[in-house]
Design a protein around this ligand. Structure first.
Ligand SMILES: *[C@@H]1O[C@H](CO)[C@@H](O)[C@H](O)[C@H]1NC(C)=O
Ligand SMILES: *[C@@H]1O[C@H](CO)[C@@H](O)[C@H](O)[C@H]1NC(C)=O
Ligand SMILES: *[C@@H]1O[C@H](CO)[C@@H](O)[C@H](O)[C@H]1NC(C)=O
Ligand SMILES: *[C@@H]1O[C@H](CO)[C@@H](O)[C@H](O)[C@H]1NC(C)=O
Length: 354
């Protein structure tokens, strides 16, 4: 529990860019700063307020994020700034965009006015190279318009990052070269981004934005991973092999049971057949013996069996046969092989006798 709480608290400290003073409470504007390592803006006031000039925390007047941090569900959030304006880190109020050369806040390229040829200069690669063609470097608004071998401005920021091996320094290097070029930190010249496999010292040098630890440009990690046809084949074989393997396994598993059941049914059928034959013979014998009786003649037979003859002839026999058959079925379910053999033998004996 304790490590979890510690992780939660430390991550909260990393995420939370605000102090604890509530609305109306005292604050000191000189406490406003960027947090070490994360370079997040911090002030004494909580996440829904900012530190006003008179030393009081007041509700924020604008927001820069679509989904701002620190608001409870349903709470009123301040508006985003309209086009041509920006919300500063303090989030006190919207301000008009700053002209090129003005002071801006770290990584707030969106505070700077766009160049006239913003459509050509703006970053469409989603790498945050600039915003609408403008970039804030060393707290100064610039346009990302430097072409190959031009002198350029570079800004290196050392962030504290956390990996499996613990803390490490992640240096982010930004420049004002046009998209497709990078600002070399030592020569301060715009150079073309390098192709896959070329030697590199930083991610920004590679067009894939991925300089491997081996010192060469690797594949773009943002691209979807494509696997070979062999993998698809292996997965398909795995899926269908699994399905058919399961089916075959079940088939083999149940085959013996099925054979046993079939044998039982065959035995039952043979038994019933023999029983039926037996009954037929008994009936014939009975009829023959009645017919052979002297004097009783036809009148006696009609009173015994009715005028219908065959239907009423069979009825009493079937009535007796039905419970016997169901009783037999009952015994069959128990799979009493001794009983089965006895029943099988009985009709044979009767056949011999008749
Ligand atoms: C807030 O500031 C005012 C004036 O500066 C001071 O009188 C008051 O004691 C402060 N309150 C707190 C809680 O520090
Ligand atoms: C600070 O300014 C706000 C708004 O102007 C006001 O409401 C608040 O009372 C002021 N606080 C102090 C301590 O002057
Ligand atoms: C980029 O700048 C132009 C010119 O100032 C402006 O019309 C356009 O709305 C801006 N685009 C964005 C996404 O801010
Ligand atoms: C490039 O941008 C700078 C501001 O960063 C500006 O002063 C300069 O005129 C621009 N150059 C061109 C060719 O647009």
């Amino acid at each position: 529990m304790l490590p979890l709480t510690l992780i939660f608290l430390s991550s909260w400290a990393l995420i939370c860019n605000a102090g604890s003073a509530n609305k109306g409470e005292n604050c000191t504007q000189s406490d406003n700063r960027l947090q070490a390592g994360t370079f997040q803006f911090f002030d004494d006031c909580n996440s829904v307020t900012y530190c006003a000039a008179n030393g009081t925390c007041l509700l924020k007047g604008c927001r820069k994020d679509e989904f701002p941090f620190g608001y409870v569900v349903g709470a009123h959030v301040p508006d985003l700034c309209p086009l041509g304006e920006f919300c500063p880190d303090e989030a006190d109020a919207c301000q008009t965009l700053l002209p090129v050369g003005s002071a801006c806040q770290l990584n707030r390229d969106d505070e700077c006015e766009a160049p006239p040829n913003f459509a050509d200069l703006r970053d469409t690669t989603n790498r945050g190279l600039n915003f609408n063609g403008s970039i804030c470097l060393n707290n100064l608004c610039l346009w990302a318009n430097k072409t190959a071998n031009d002198d350029c401005t570079v800004e290196n920021t050392a962030y504290i990052a956390y990996g499996e091996a613990g803390e490490f320094i992640d240096i982010v290097s930004r420049g004002d070269c046009v998209v497709g070029l990078y600002c070399d930190s030592s020569t301060k010249k715009c150079l073309a981004e390098k192709a896959l496999g070329a030697a590199c010292t930083a991610d920004k040098e590679c067009s894939s934005w991925n300089c491997l630890s081996s010192g060469t440009c690797g594949v773009d990690t943002t691209l979807p991973k494509h696997v070979g046809t062999g993998v698809y084949v292996a997965v398909a074989v795995g899926i269908f092999g699994g399905i058919f393997g399961t089916l075959l396994g079940l088939f083999l598993l149940h085959r013996r049971q099925r054979d046993t059941e079939r044998e039982k049914r065959m035995q039952y059928w043979r038994e019933q057949n023999a029983f039926h034959q037996n009954l037929l013979q008994m009936r014939q014998t009975a009829r023959a013996s009645i017919l052979s009786l002297p004097n009783n003649g036809n009148s006696a037979r009609s009173t015994m069996y009715g005028r219908d003859g065959m239907p009423s002839d069979e009825a009493p026999i079937l009535q007796h046969a039905a419970p016997k058959a169901s009783g037999l079925r009952h015994y069959m379910a128990d799979d009493s092989s001794e009983y089965d053999e006895g029943m099988m033998m009985q009709p044979v004996r009767d056949d011999n006798r008749f």
